[in-house]
Design a protein around this ligand. Structure first.
Ligand code: 6GU
Length: 238
């Protein structure tokens, strides 16, 4: 998979060279390229923002640097539908990102993330981008960040670890929170008693059926208590 990230703070993304995603890049599974939006400015001050039409607080990102960046990164050579990239603009006004979104995006060949700052990007950029690829405005949740960088890092990590070969043991992807709609069961390791706190007996029993049933019940119990919004309607009393 190729991922291009465009930002005025490219060094935010240094962290993505660490750990699993770093290894995936060395192994050639993930081709991650981070770009400075200012590379596509041509004035002395490398200006990327301007005052909003109609007035109001803050600044708006100018459209032309974004168009030049998208033209270069997406190219105009192919009209093959499967080769059209997915262009993602992180935005608190977008659809909410979930594990299902991550799964869907992990099947794409080419993702482009456009990280906005200030009060946002000139609206015409989204329209222009949709002539080059599939445009998605995606939010991490109902709170406000200063820009799209942290949201992009979260999304790249959630998507990247689902690319086959990135996480060494694929079994570890199956038993996670949100993969089956429930929260994950609790985990324990040695010692069997730690600071007077014992590990639940069933986990030491060697009875695999009983362990699986206990874990399933823990998943339901936790989800009921912490995230009842995840439960299908009417299943609360199961
Ligand atoms: Cl994607 N961007 C910004 N700026 N704030 C957010 C967000 C994204 N998701 C939640 N808050």
């Amino acid at each position: 998979m190729r991922i291009d990230v465009v930002s005025i703070f490219p060094s935010y993304f240094d962290g993505l060279t660490l750990s699993l995603l770093g290894k995936a890049q060395s192994a050639g599974i993930l081709d991650l390229r981070v770009h400075d939006l200012r590379e596509w400015t041509h004035d002395r001050h490398r200006t990327v923002d301007d005052t909003p039409y109609g007035g109001g607080a803050g600044m708006v990102m100018k459209p032309e640097p974004w168009a030049l960046a998208l033209d270069e990164l997406v190219g105009t050579t192919t009209s093959e539908e499967s080769a059209r990239p997915t262009i993602i603009f992180p935005s608190p006004a977008g659809e909410v990102f979930s594990q299902a979104t991550a799964r869907e995006l992990s099947t794409r060949e080419h993702l482009v993330f456009g990280c906005g700052r200030y009060e946002g990007i000139d609206e015409r950029v989204f329209e222009y981008a949709s002539t080059l690829g599939e445009v998605r405005l995606i939010s991490l949740g109902d709170y406000v960040l200063n820009g799209g960088e942290v949201a992009t890092m979260a999304m790249v990590e959630a998507i990247g670890r689902l690319i086959p070969g990135v996480v060494g043991n694929p079994d570890s992807l199956v038993e996670e929170s949100h993969e089956d709609g429930l929260l994950e069961y609790p985990s324990y390791t040695k010692p069997a008693v730690w600071r007077e706190r014992p590990v639940p007996d069933v986990l030491l029993s060697g009875n695999h059926g009983a362990i699986a049933a206990w874990r399933r019940e823990q998943q339901w119990e936790r989800t009921r208590r912490r995230r009842p919004d995840l439960l299908p309607d009417g299943s609360e009393e199961l």
